[in-house]
Design a protein around this ligand. Structure first.
Ligand code: OMP
Length: 224
C-alpha cells in the first residue's frame, strides 16, 4: 500500500519547502502546496518542488463563479497535479465545470467544512445544524457533481466513506497524541483517520515544526 501521508509545505520560500520535503521524502507519499507557497511562487515554484519526484497536491481551494474556476483549472492544467482542491460550497455548477476543465490525471476534490471550524463557527456563517450534517450534505453534492472525492475532518470521514464507496477521502486536522493543536478544531490522530477510511492524510506542522522533522515523519508513519 502506498504511503498516504501528504506533507503540507506551508512556507513562503522554495528553499524551505524543498529542504523539508527532501529531508522526509522516504516517509511521505506526496507533498501539498497551498496558498502561501503558490501565491509566492506560482508555476515556477511548483516545477521546483515537482523535481523532487513526489506527487503534488495543489491545494488552491478555488471558490468563485463557474467560469472563473474553470479558467483557473485550465491555467494549472499544465502542472499536472495529482490532486486539486475546490470548495464544495461553490455549488454544483462550479464543481462540474471545474472537473470538466481539469486534466485527466488530476483528482478534483471538494473541501467541505474546514477543520478549523466548529459548530459555533458554522452557525455564525448562517448554517444551522451539526458539522456531520453539513459535511454529509456537501459530500453528497460533490459526488453528484462528478468530483473525485472530498476533504473533511477525521470526525466525519467514516460516515462519508460509507456513503461514497470509491472516492478519494482527504483528511487534514491530524495530530499525533499529545501534539499541539493550534488553529485546528476538529482533530483526530493520523491512525484514527486511516482506520476510518481516509485515503490521503494531510500533515503539516506536526512534521514541519518538529525539532526533528525526519524523526517526526518516521514516528507518524510507524503508527499507520
Ligand atoms: O484542504 C486542506 O488541505 C485543508 C482543509 C481543511 O479543512 N483544513 C486544513 O487544515 N487543510 C490544510 O491542511 C494543512 C494542515 O496543516 P497542519 O494543521 O499544520 O497539519 C494546511 O495546509 C491546511 O491548509
Amino acid at each position: 500500500m502506498s504511503n498516504p501521508i501528504f506533507l503540507a509545505l506551508d512556507t513562503p520560500t522554495i528553499e524551505g519547502a524543498r529542504d523539508l520535503a527532501a529531508k522526509v521524502k522516504g516517509h511521505i507519499g506526496g507533498v501539498k502546496l497551498g496558498l502561501e507557497f503558490f501565491c509566492a511562487h506560482g508555476h515556477h515554484g511548483v516545477h521546483e518542488i515537482a523535481a523532487l519526484g513526489l506527487p503534488i497536491f495543489l491545494d488552491l481551494k478555488l471558490h468563485d463563479i463557474p467560469n472563473t474556476v474553470a479558467g483557473a483549472m485550465q491555467a494549472i492544467h499544465v502542472l499536472e497535479p495529482a490532486i486539486v482542491t475546490i470548495h464544495a460550497s461553490g455549488g454544483r455548477a462550479m464543481m462540474e465545470d471545474a472537473k470538466a476543465a481539469a486534466g485527466e490525471n488530476t483528482k478534483v476534490v471538494a473541501v467541505s467544512m474546514l477543520t478549523s471550524l466548529d459548530e459555533a463557527d458554522l452557525a455564525a456563517t448562517g448554517v444551522s445544524g451539526s458539522a456531520h450534517d453539513q459535511v454529509m450534505r456537501l459530500a453528497d453534492l460533490a459526488q453528484s457533481a462528478g468530483l473525485d472525492g472530498i476533504v473533511c475532518s477525521g470526525h466525519e470521514v467514516g460516515a462519508v466513506h460509507k456513503q461514497w464507496k470509491h472516492g478519494t477521502f482527504v483528511v487534514p486536522g491530524l495530530r499525533p497524541a499529545g501534539a499541539t493543536v493550534g488553529d485546528q478544531k476538529r482533530v483526530v490522530t493520523p491512525r484514527q483517520a486511516r482506520d476510518d477510511g481516509a485515503s490521503v492524510l494531510v500533515i503539516g506542522r506536526p512534521i514541519a515544526k518538529a525539532e526533528d522533522p525526519l524523526a517526526a515523519a518516521r514516528a507518524i508513519e510507524a503508527t499507520l
